[in-house]
Design a binder for this molecule. Structure first.
Ligand SMILES: NC(=O)C1=CN([C@@H]2O[C@H](COP(=O)(O)OP(=O)(O)OC[C@H]3O[C@@H](n4cnc5c(N)ncnc54)[C@H](OP(=O)(O)O)[C@@H]3O)[C@@H](O)[C@H]2O)C=CC1
Ligand SMILES: CC(C)CCC[C@@H](C)[C@H]1CC=C2C3=C(CC[C@@]21C)[C@@]1(C)CC[C@H](O)C(C)(C)[C@@H]1CC3
Length: 479
């Protein structure tokens, strides 16, 4: 039985804050879903029409959701194809090959199927967990399965109408799953518990999560949820929203009919008029392209998630279960949802500027994340060996030049610039599509403060020296 009452300071406003977030987060998600399909599409203020209770639930949505989770779990367990692994190792550079060959797990000449694995950070008991690396393969196979399903006549056009019940089912799943995780953690050894999330207060611990890496056999629940059902679901749904225009037109429907079916045609609707071509608009192409790049990148660099705070520090509780399974797919796709009901004109010159903004954001995000990951794996790698560092008492070093000498969280800066680029195609007539940018700024500012606290604990004086030499947190000369 695990000991109660760790001395970690309470975060998120303690039990009261946790309870409030557990109500507020699902409420916000449903508000956004309804606002996006309403005529005025207001971020602040109630949507003009609240749905009938039966619009929030359907057995078909439950079946679809369970099938989706089952498909993703099966793809998680599937070995990586040899041809695929070779391609990844060639394109991904020598680092991954080195890592895997060292562990004796990757030999592209041996068998056509191999389960490529990566090792996580060292745990309290000095052991390291192993994680499958086949996320990008899962994305491609999912896209193929969905494509096959549609061409075989699966009524995926219903997806738009099923979004509300799907969100309900995902929220319910997150609650049930978090409860099971909480109960499972009661039997976990102390060494398996997360640094936070074990305060002894059941509400707080349920929210934050007690166990660090809950597993069923070798199936890692947190790692699976962080990158698979929600992240892949997000782009599948967003792309589907993009294609829905084509679908509406191929079925001989007008925009007006489509919007009525989808529930958006209400007094004052901005959602008629400009989407008549039957193909996704330029704005929709941009949003989908940018988000597909982001998700593809996350799955391509899958093992980098093993060093994020979510995997190394946070327990698996309601916050991450709901975040991964419901919040990400249903709110991160908000721009696509908004454009589906409120098409926006976008001229080529403006589109080019937005592409440039996204490219700059991606360049900083990827550059900073790759530089740190390369450095953490092998500080003498020629790509990072020339960078200036600060030694710490733990034996680890901190980068103080390159991306990490510009601000203390250059990867957050890149991520925020991309967030702006995802909203800009939606125009400036509504605040709603900028929700992601606003939420994400708050999330990253809070996350940065949590990370600073942890780094101060870990590195003490060396961290203070780093803060002195790199005074800005996220935005140079501003914050
Ligand atoms: N789209 C979304 O919703 C979200 C996206 N993200 C993205 O996820 C990515 C990962 O974010 P996150 O896990 O929060 O944090 P980071 O990847 O920034 O990792 C922080 C850790 O990096 C190490 N570190 C910090 N400074 C230095 C330095 N100067 N030199 C070397 N190592 C350093 C420290 O760990 P150590 O020393 O132990 O290695 C620190 O704890 C980011 O790109 C972020 O934008 C995050 C949250 C949500
Ligand atoms: C809603 C709650 C208050 C907070 C929920 C937060 C979660 C939604 C996010 C916490 C960290 C995340 C990361 C990604 C997605 C969102 C969550 C789960 C990430 C997988 C997105 C893709 C990136 O490339 C990444 C670096 C792999 C991200 C890792 C962190």
């Amino acid at each position: 039985m695990a000991p109660q009452g760790s001395r970690a300071p309470l975060e998120f406003g303690g039990p009261l804050g946790a309870a409030a977030l557990m109500l507020l987060l699902p409420a916000t998600m449903f508000h956004l879903l309804l606002a996006a399909r309403s005529g005025p599409a207001r971020l602040l203020g109630l949507p003009p029409h609240l749905p009938a209770p039966e619009a929030l639930w359907s057995p078909a949505a439950l079946l679809l959701w369970l099938t989706w989770l089952g498909l993703q779990a099966a793809l998680y367990l599937l070995p990586a194809r040899k041809v695929w692994t070779c391609l990844r190792t060639r394109v991904g550079g020598g680092l991954r090959v080195g890592l895997s060959e060292e562990k004796g797990t990757l030999n592209p000449n041996q068998s056509p199927l191999c389960l490529q694995m990566a090792e996580g950070q060292e745990l309290k008991d000095k052991s390291r967990l192993r994680y499958p690396i086949n996320g990008f393969q899962a994305l491609v196979l999912t896209a193929l399965s969905v494509g096959l399903g549609v061409s075989a006549g699966l009524p995926l056009g219903m997806l738009t109408e099923m979004l509300l019940p799907l969100a309900s089912v995902a929220t319910l799943t997150a609650f049930i799953f978090s409860l099971l995780l909480y109960l499972k953690a009661l039997m976990a050894p102390a060494s398996a518990l997360a640094p936070g999330g074990n305060s002894g207060n059941p509400i707080y611990d349920f929210f934050l999560g007690r166990e660090l890496n809950p597993r069923i056999g070798s199936f890692d629940c947190k790692y699976f949820c962080e990158l698979r059902p929600g992240l892949i679901g997000w782009v599948c749904w967003a792309c589907w929203a993009g294609l829905s225009g084509t679908w509406a037109s191929r079925r001989g429907g007008t925009d007006e009919q489509f919007l009525c079916r989808a529930g958006a045609h209400q007094p004052g609707s901005a959602g008629t008029g400009s989407r008549t071509s039957g193909s996704p608009s330029l704005a929709m192409w941009l949003v989908n392209g940018f988000q597909l790049l982001y998700v593809g990148d996350a799955l391509w660099h899958e093992e980098a998630v093993l060093t994020t705070m979510d995997i190394t520090h946070d327990g698996f509780g309601f916050m991450l279960a709901f975040g991964d399974l419901a919040w990400v797919p249903f709110t991160y796709s908000l721009q696509a949802q908004f454009l589906l009901y409120h098409p926006q004109p976008l001229e080529l010159p403006m589109a080019s500027v937005i592409c440039l903004v996204n490219a700059v954001g991606y360049y900083i995000f990827r550059g900073a994340n790759s530089q740190k990951n390369t450095f953490r794996k092998n500080p003498s790698d020629p790509r990072v060996a020339g960078l200036e560092t600060i030694a710490t008492a733990t034996g680890r070093q901190l980068l103080v030049s390159g991306w990490w000498g510009m601000v203390r969280h250059p990867n957050y800066l890149g991520d925020l610039i991309m967030a702006l680029a995802w909203s800009l195609p939606c125009g400036v007539s509504h605040l709603l599509p900028y929700f992601y940018l606003l939420y994400f700024t708050a999330l990253l500012v809070h996350r940065e403060a949590r990370d600073e606290q942890q780094c101060l604990q870990k590195y003490g004086l060396a961290w203070r020296e780093y803060c002195r030499r790199v005074p800005y947190r996220i935005v140079p000369y501003i914050y």
